[in-house]
Design a protein around this ligand. Structure first.
Ligand code: ATP
Ligand code: MG
Length: 357
């Protein structure tokens, strides 16, 4: 594996005595699409600002291509940032905004004109050159901010929730465009979102953060299928998170019933967190299930039905393409490999990290 392009080493940052980032370590390889994902206030923007040079860490180092850039001003870093709140120049029109960085680099008029045209096409705003920024909608301004960053052909793009103000269809189009940019221009992305679906769609690597700590780092598949703790499981997609007891290897007790699983090495009679995705709960005949219960709620979601099933004193969230009307008696079955067993947080400290406020 190639050496990382970006290294954040033991980064700590406090504001007014409260710790925002605590010895955070993160590395990004060239041409990798890395997404920081986490609840509001967990330190995503702060991490990006430190990497972009808009904030100095209290402790730790930022390396770019092996060089220490911790104290280097933003304009000398080979990074371009699109901020969470679009920071366009409101007294300039669209074309002048996009041209700004290129004019500083003393590019020719024709080159700049071509670039503006190319960038506007990319963000689906052809012909917007002369529009004043203040006449644009929020989503249009975000797209101009992306266009402005792209024309500079940065090695790395830092994007802080760049698609937040766009509707679903436009957001999906822009997601494809950004992935295309990554593939065609070889740009490295550090992307911030709190939309887990967006993170799963776009990323090579997802970094799940909570309260200034990295909870888990991995491919979308790893994060979704093998969450390391209940916080990650809960944050990425819907989950049933249930107190359980590992009776022995490959057997766990949940809600008074014994479920076969594939996990080993947790010990005997050990309290654990059990995570089961709603699409992995099979509803069968009431007598055939490991547990039986009653459907208490159902809504149609397009591709599937989302149901709540009261069974064993727990309200199970179930996704199924089959419809079970409210009041239906059902049995609950879960295939052994669809049951994820997790250690409960051991210390109070760990508990605090794993708790979403
Ligand atoms: N300049 C500052 N002065 C004081 N506190 C700050 C400052 N910047 C950020 N914070 C605090 O640091 C914490 C992390 O903020 P940050 O902006 O990094 O969160 P975030 O993960 O980007 O959240 P969001 O998803 O809401 O954008 C928050 O509690 C915020 O109030
Ligand atoms: Mg933020």
């Amino acid at each position: 594996m190639s050496q990382p392009l970006i290294n954040l080493i033991d980064i700590s940052k406090s504001y007014d005595g409260s710790t925002i980032l605590d010895e955070l370590n993160l590395s990004v390889r060239e041409n990798e699409f890395v997404t920081l994902l986490g609840p509001s206030g967990c330190g995503k923007t702060t991490t990006l600002r430190i990497l972009g040079g808009f904030e100095t860490p209290d402790k730790g180092r930022v390396l770019f291509d092996g060089r220490d850039i911790t104290k280097m001003p933003p304009n000398r870093r080979m990074l371009n940032t699109v901020f969470q709140k679009y920071a366009l120049f409101t007294h300039m029109n669209v074309a002048d905004n996009i041209a700004f960085g290129l004019q500083i680099k003393k590019k020719s008029g024709n080159y700049i004109k071509d670039k503006i045209k190319y960038a506007l096409k990319l963000v689906n705003l052809e012909g917007f050159e002369k529009r004043s920024v203040s006449s644009l909608s929020g989503g249009q301004q975000q797209r101009i901010a992306i266009a402005r960053a792209i024309v500079n052909e940065p090695k790395v793009l830092l994007l802080d929730e760049p698609l937040g103000a766009m509707d679903l269809k436009l957001r999906q189009d822009m997601q494809y465009e950004l992935i295309r940019l990554k593939n065609e221009l070889g740009i490295t992305f550090l992307y911030v979102t709190h939309d887990q679906e967006e993170a799963l769609t776009m990323s090579d690597t997802i970094v799940v953060m909570n309260q200034g700590y990295i909870q888990q780092m991995g491919t979308p598949e790893e994060i979704y299928n093998e969450p390391q703790n209940a916080f990650v499981a809960d944050f990425i997609g819907d989950s049933n998170i249930i107190d359980g007891c590992m009776i022995r290897d490959e057997l766990v007790e949940i809600l008074g019933a014994k479920f076969a699983c594939v996990d080993k090495g947790f010990g005997c009679n050990k309290p654990v967190d059990v995570v089961i995705r709603p699409e992995d709960v099979d509803l069968i005949g009431p007598e055939e299930g490991t547990l039986s219960g009653v459907v208490s709620h159902i809504i149609f979601k397009g591709v599937h039905y989302e149901m709540e099933v009261m069974a064993g004193g727990f309200e199970w969230l179930v996704h199924s393409t089959d419809c079970f009307p409210v009041g239906t008696r059902v049995g609950i079955h879960v295939d052994p490999f669809d049951i994820q067993i997790m250690n409960k947080p051991e210390s109070e400290d760990e508990e605090a990290i794993g708790t979403d406020e």
